[in-house]
Every structure is written in C-alpha cells, then in structure tokens.
Unconditional design. Structure first.
Length: 200
C-alpha cells in the first residue's frame, strides 16, 4: 500500500515528534510512505524559490497523490496547500484521513471537512501520540479492505481512442473514466441493488 502523508510545514516544525512518530508507525508496517513535506522542508520552505520550482513541486506532489492508495493529512495547523491536497485526493477518488490535534484553547471547527459527506473522507481528532497512531492503524486497516481490485481489460482500438481523447479533455486517467462509467451503470441496476439488500 502506498501512502501520501502530509501536513503543513508549521505542524512539522512545532509537532515534529508527533509527525515523525506517525511516519515511523506506518513504515514499521511495511507501508510505502511518500513523506513530501519532511523530505523537502529545507528546499521549499526555508529558502526563497522561483515560480518554476513551485511548478515542479506541484507536479511531483500531484503525481505522488495519483500514485498513492490512500492520503493522510494533518490539519492541526491550517494550510491552503493541505486543503488543496485533500481536495485533489478526493477528486482522484482516493480515501483520505484528515487528522487534527485537539486544542482546548482553540474553538474552531473545520466546517468544509465535517460538512463534506463522502465515504472517501474520514476525520479524526486526537489528544496524544497513541490516539493519533490508533487513528492511522484503523484507517489503514479499513482502507486495505476497500482498495480497488486490479485486472487487465482488453479493449478495442476505437474505445482506446475515445479514452485517450476523454482523458485529455477531462484531465482524468483513462481508468477513472472507465470506473465512473461502470459506477453509473451499477447505480442504475435495480436487480443488483436488490441482491445487495438481501445480502445485508
């Protein structure tokens, strides 16, 4: 399982122990973790950089999200970039765990996170390292059960041409277009829905 693990640079600086504890916890389970903010802190946050460097960084992170199975983001310290990564991940149909440390002195609710109802989005608050790592473990276990199955699909050259065009037109992976089309058919299939009710 590949994980995109991120937070704001401020959280990494102020809560380094928590951030790195979660990172170690995930890696100790043999999971492949893309730890972008930590590995690039000096390069992108402590030095003045150009727009070109930002463009390169954006592409690297976009590719990392697309190639990950799940996304874990800590929003204890708010960041526009983290909000963008969360939105991008959901747009790419990736399961996302949003974490936030409880703070009695700060009364704020992440309205867009709580209000957005999606089976892909999980929000958890924690008070300490143990609670944070438990949230990580629960999310990983849950995600392992729901990860997409992979299979080879042989298609005609005409379908491939359409998918190539549609992926460019809609800025989506061809596989995502196929999944969306199947989900539309699945959602309209009354017989399948009846079977699901029986199996409950």
């Amino acid at each position: 399982m590949k994980i995109f693990y991120t937070s704001s640079s401020e959280f990494l600086k102020e809560e380094s122990k928590l951030y790195k504890s979660g990172l170690k916890f995930l890696k100790n389970q043999g999971l492949k973790v893309q730890d972008y903010v930590n590995t690039n802190l000096e390069k992108f946050h402590n030095n003045p950089i150009s727009e070109d460097v930002y463009s390169i960084a954006a592409k690297e992170q976009n590719d990392a999200i697309k190639n990950s199975d799940i996304i874990i983001a800590d929003i204890t310290h708010s960041s526009g970039a983290i909000g963008f990564y969360i939105a991008m991940s959901l747009n790419n149909k990736k399961p996302v765990l949003v974490l936030r440390k409880k703070d009695k002195n700060v009364e704020r609710t992440p309205g867009p996170i709580i209000g957005y109802k999606s089976r892909l989005l999980t929000f958890k608050e924690y008070e300490n390292e143990a609670e944070r790592n438990k949230a990580l473990q629960d999310f990983v276990n849950k995600s392992k059960q729901k990860l997409d199955s992979k299979f080879i699909l042989i298609i005609s050259s005409e379908i491939d041409r359409y998918l190539e065009w549609a992926s460019q037109e809609n800025r989506m992976h061809k596989a995502q277009i196929v999944r969306d089309a199947i989900e539309k058919v699945m959602n309209k299939d009354t017989e399948y829905k009846r079977i699901l009710e029986i199996d409950k």
